[in-house]
Write a protein that binds this ligand. Structure first.
Ligand code: GLN
Length: 189
């Protein structure tokens, strides 16, 4: 099982550490050629505008869109969720756009927007959540499963092969969300 971790910007190392801990083979994705042969992909947190620009410059946006539309499992956290969302409420440009939700960037405010809490994640259980200048999801299309909410805001969703999270599971010791993702990858193979 080979998992690609988008490594153009942001918190990709922490994702790799988590995946390696679970015995997955990781490959850092910096060029589109490296997308060949992966069984799943992780889109890490960071800065979505920078990541979006880099994906365009590296000609990776369309290949990624096609692979995800064709069923490639994807785990997207924070900026990754913004990249994946079809509509960004407070931005004119969307990026990969395969996840039919409306997301709001920096939804908790820019400066004081970092906090931790715990909440239930469907299929996983009570989970520690780290939010860093995080987005939340304002609305979802039919067929998108809401996995978690915090204070009435949607913070985790699943749409078939796509998981989108507002928070950072890779910054905790709790591996259950990555295990859940790897299970989806395994089931597809
Ligand atoms: N605020 C960032 C953005 O809008 C996301 C923050 C994060 O990934 N921790 O892209």
């Amino acid at each position: 099982m080979k998992i690609g971790v988008l490594a153009v910007q942001g918190a990709f190392i922490e994702q790799e550490m988590m995946l390696k801990k679970l015995g997955a083979d990781c490959v850092e994705i910096r060029q589109k050629e490296q997308l060949a042969g992966i069984d799943g992909i992780v889109l890490p947190g960071g800065e979505s505008t920078v990541q979006g620009q880099l994906l365009r410059k590296l000609d990776m946006l369309n290949p990624l869109k096609d692979m995800i539309k064709n069923g490639l499992p994807v785990l997207a956290t924070c900026a990754g969720l913004i990249l994946l969302s079809e509509t960004i409420e407070n931005d004119s440009l969307s990026h990969i756009g395969t996840l039919p939700v409306v997301v709001k960037r920096n939804a908790y405010g820019r400066q004081l927007g970092s906090f931790t809490t715990t909440a239930a994640v469907e299929g996983v259980g009570e989970y520690p959540m780290v939010f860093i200048r995080a987005p939340y999801i304002d609305s979802v299309a039919e067929g998108v499963k809401v996995l978690a909410t915090v204070d009435d805001h949607i913070v985790a969703v699943q749409y078939h092969n796509q998981i989108g999270l507002s928070f950072h599971p890779e910054l905790t010791e709790d591996t259950r969300i990555h295990e859940y993702f790897l299970q989806i990858v395994k089931e597809r193979n």
